[in-house]
Every structure is written in C-alpha cells, then in structure tokens.
Design a binder for this molecule. Structure first.
Ligand code: FES
Length: 277
C-alpha cells in the first residue's frame, strides 16, 4: 500500500496528489508517468508526474477530475492509502540544450510540464513559459516557473490575466514577445496540444506533446493506448508518451479517447457525483 501525503484541490477540478513511493521517486525522470488505482476494485488511471522529492520519497501529480475513477481519486484523504502506484512508466522527455525552448502548459499540464521545464533550464536552454486557462482563477504554480523562465506569459480565454484568447494566438504572441523557439513542448488537454501542433506545423517548429490516451497496463501489452504517428502505429505507454505533435493523427486519437465516455458518465450519475459536472 502507498501512503497519501496530500490530496487537495488547488484550483477548481484540479487536484494536487502527493504519494509516498520511494522507489518511484528515486528513479523518476521528466516526462515519465505513473499508474494508480484508488482502491482494490478501481480501474488503473495513468497520471503525469509533476514533481518529486527523492529524499522524502514522494511523487507529486496534478490530476483533473473528469470521470468516475478520477472522482474516486478526488475523494482520497491525506493519511489514507492506495493499493497501486506503478512507475516510472514511459520514456523520459528528451532533454538537451536545444537553444530556446518554449514550454506551454494548460490544465493538469501546467503541473506535468514543470519538471520538463526545470530539466531544460538545467541543460542550459533559454526558457519561456506560456500558461493557458479559461480564466485567471484556474492558473497555478506561476511562481515555480518564474525562476526558470525568461518570462512567464499567461493566456486566459476571458482576459482576466495576460493575453485574452487562446493558443490560436500563438504566432502573434511569440512575435510580440520576440521569442524564437527552437523547440516547443506542450502538456495539457488533447485539444490544446492538437491546436498548437497544427499551428507550429505551419511555422516548422518541432513540437513535442505528451499524449494522454486511455491506458490499462502501461507496459505495452494491452494495445489500448495505440495511436498513429507519421502513419505508424505506436503505443503511448512504451513508445511515448512524448511524440512530435505535428505527426500525430489527432482525429483518430480524439475518437479513441471518447470510446468510454458513456461508461464514465453512468457511474458518476449512479454515485451521485455527477452534480459536480
Ligand atoms: Fe497497454 Fe499501452 S497501456 S499497451
């Protein structure tokens, strides 16, 4: 069993989840993920890793409450225990001195892009960060990115902080901010990663995305996480989760992600949790 050190909502619907798992904490790298189960009967939920403390033996994730399983995770309390915390899984993010790197985070991806940004800074890159949300009250961890970044730029749909709008404004924003990225890294919801990849394909900037498909085993055996990248079938759990977003078949990916939506919504209604949505 793995002890829960913290589980708290940091902004509406997004939870910080800190678990004591010394073996995972010791070997985790930026871009890796873990698979957790909230209880013995729960399904396996892949979570991107947002931070770790090797001395304390803890691993931090930020997750969004979107379905029945993450609703269960959101009800866990510090001091409690979970039966499964498997990892590190997936390939680590490629970290090199690329020159100038723009890290973009939205939703839970603000958390998961943080250790990548930190490692890129340590590798000598000039780093810029863009954080995107619907409104200012949904942004978090800005202070953690500031020491790493030349600038932390915010984009909010309602204009309550930073630029008004969304990432469709990316070409205009990086021109105004005079950023010339050699590489872009995007972590966040599928639509956001797709949008950025479509834009940067036209700009010919390599754009790495951290894919978030449905997963079961997380070790390449079940095939549930498959996606098409540059016309080839890949498994996100062992070939990724990072891929060049310009090569991903986003239509196929979005369709596969929606497969279990009815099954996710039904148990929520049954458990009375659907009122949160
Ligand atoms: Fe089973 Fe990737 S989750 S093959």
């Amino acid at each position: 069993m793995y002890r829960i050190i913290e589980r708290r909502m940091i902004v509406p619907n997004l939870h910080e989840f800190i678990v004591e798992a010394p073996e995972v904490a010791n070997s985790i790298k930026p871009g890796n993920f873990v698979i957790v189960r909230p209880d013995e009967t729960g399904e396996r939920v892949p979570l991107s890793v947002a931070d770790w403390n090797r001395e304390a033996g803890t691993v931090t994730s930020i997750f969004m409450q979107v379905g029945a399983s993450t609703a269960k995770l959101a009800r866990l309390k510090p001091g409690g225990e979970i039966p499964t915390f498997a990892g590190p899984l997936g390939r680590e993010t490629e970290i090199q001195n690329f020159g100038t790197v723009l890290c973009i985070g939205g939703c839970y991806g603000i958390g998961s892009v943080f250790p990548i940004a930190r490692a890129l800074k340590e590798a000598g890159n000039t780093l810029y960060t863009i954080l995107e949300a619907r409104s200012a009250y949904l942004l978090y961890w800005q202070e953690m990115f500031k020491p790493l970044s030349e600038r932390v730029i915010e984009i909010t749909r309602d204009g309550t902080s930073g630029y008004k709008g969304h990432l469709a404004r990316l070409p205009e924003i990086i021109a105004m901010e005079k950023i010339r990225p050699d590489r872009i890294i995007v972590n966040g919801c599928t639509f956001q990663m797709m949008k950025v990849s479509q834009i940067t394909k036209e700009m010919a900037i390599k754009t790495m995305v951290n894919m978030n498909p449905i997963m079961i085993d997380g070790t390449g055996m079940c095939g549930v996480c498959r996606l098409s990248v540059a016309g080839k079938t890949k498994f996100a759990c062992v070939d990724g989760p990072d891929f060049d977003g310009r090569d991903v078949d986003w239509v196929e990916f979005l369709n596969r992600r929606r497969t279990y939506n009815p099954e996710e919504v039904y148990p929520l209604h049954k458990s009375g949790c659907a009122s949160h949505y």
